[in-house]
Design a protein. Structure first.
Length: 187
């Protein structure tokens, strides 16, 4: 058994760090969400920020956009050209994607300062691309409502997870402790 742990120590350490970070961040996130009354259809603050920024981005191209609170569920309704095109719920705010991102980066952590800066940079990039994603989805739903399932269920999730995957690749290959060990072996 001791040989097993010795042989797989890097993987087990990665797994322990990932699960630890993921569980702590998920617990913190659900604690944050519990501050909002679902029965009164309260939307959490970050989801409201995402809805506001999405509406602002759309209005750069077409001023006929606005958001309204949903009166039947905790979400924000997005209107484009005065037509309801989508609802922005807690799952749209990308915080759960950021938790996954941060957990992975932490698992392959490098130098402390570099790790923290990359996590901050990555979360900002994810947030910006998420706003772009929701904007494009809303406008697409106006023009192509018949493709709702494909757009919402396949294309746009690939968009945001693709961004996260690229960030992970950059981190692992350029900044993580793994990248430093790998470059030492090649020299």
């Amino acid at each position: 058994m001791k040989e097993y742990f010795k042989e797989y120590k890097p993987f087990l350490l990665f797994l322990a760090k990932f699960l630890g970070a993921y569980l702590v961040l998920t617990f913190a996130y659900y604690s944050y969400l519990s501050e909002f009354d679902q029965e009164k259809f309260e939307v959490d603050g970050f989801t409201q920020i995402v809805a506001n920024q999405t509406s602002q981005l759309i209005s750069v191209f077409d001023s006929r956009t606005h958001i309204e609170p949903n009166l039947t569920e905790p979400s924000v309704n997005l209107f484009y050209r005065e037509k309801w095109v989508s609802r922005i719920v807690e799952g749209c705010n990308s915080l759960s994607v950021m938790i996954l991102f941060v957990s992975f980066i932490f698992s392959f952590s490098g130098k402390f300062k570099q790790t923290v800066l990359f996590i901050l940079f990555g979360c900002i990039v994810i947030h910006i691309f998420n706003i772009i994603r929701i904007t494009l989805l809303g406008v697409s739903m106006f023009h192509y409502p018949q493709y709702q399932d494909l757009l919402h269920g396949v294309i746009f999730p690939l968009f945001i997870y693709g961004v996260v995957f690229i960030l992970w690749i950059i981190w692992v290959n350029k900044f993580s402790s793994y990248a430093k060990k790998s470059s030492k072996r090649q020299n």
